[in-house]
Design a protein around this ligand. Structure first.
Ligand code: G3P
Length: 222
């Protein structure tokens, strides 16, 4: 299988406010460079430009809105994300959900700009529906496990395997990720063993006292 993806979503934790986002991104970049691991970072929206300019690693936005440039105060267009230097974006994260038609529009706008897309889903059924937009990634994350200490791969391995099957039945070219509670290399290995193409995680890295050690551990089996 292709080099599994490890997408680190910084969310909006205090730990990543200001220059801390750039520092964490540079840690991720160092680990990626040394190991060859396929690591992507998602800094807070207001840090996107600064991180893209200096991090030396692929950067995704945490969200885009289904909007074209023009009037739209406070919205984030795919075009703005692209011009900030991002390689892609999360869409429909469990903490920032959008109606299905808006997700479709976001994916379409991003593809037109050459932006990579990771569409999130709470359930197998949602993942299958959203796969119809053919994003690069579909990431399944049971909301009740997000931010917790038990990895989805331990608490609910079935949702991972079932999502892989459901998404691949719609579009075999989509890479399926899983997330929620992922903390270490064993969790990442379990995800890959279940058929996933990587993981989407946040608190295990962002809230750690030693994010570099966590990053090295996360990629040790891949
Ligand atoms: O986007 C990643 C996510 O929602 C999972 O968060 O803290 O459980 O790794 P966490």
């Amino acid at each position: 299988m292709a080099n599994p993806a490890v997408i680190v979503n910084f969310k909006v934790y205090t730990e990543v406010e200001g220059e801390s986002s750039l520092r964490l991104s540079q840690i991720c970049a160092r680990v990626a460079e040394e190991s060859g691991a396929n690591i992507i970072v998602c800094p807070p929206m207001v840090e996107l430009g600064r991180v893209c300019a200096s991090a030396g690693i692929p950067v995704f936005s945490q969200n885009v809105d289904p909007r074209s440039p023009g009037s739209g105060t406070g919205f984030t267009t795919p075009s703005l994300v692209k011009s900030a230097g991002a390689a892609g974006t999360l869409i429909n994260h469990s903490e920032h959900k959008q109606p299905a038609e808006d997700v479709a529009k976001c994916v379409e706008l991003c593809k037109a700009l050459g932006l990579r897309t990771c569409v999130c889903a709470d359930t197998v059924a949602d993942a299958a529906i959203l796969a119809r937009n053919s994003p690069e990634f579909v990431a399944v994350e049971p909301p009740e496990l997000i931010g917790g200490d038990i990895s989805v791969t331990t608490a609910n391995p079935k949702i991972v395997g079932d999502t892989v099957d459901a998404v691949k039945a719609v579009d075999s070219g989509i890479a399926v990720l899983c997330g929620a509670g992922v903390k270490n290399g064993a969790d990442v290995k379990a995800a890959v063993d279940l058929g996933a193409s990587g993981v989407l995680l946040a608190s295990g890295v962002v809230k750690s006292k030693d994010p570099e050690a966590v990053m090295r551990d996360l990629i040790k089996f891949i």
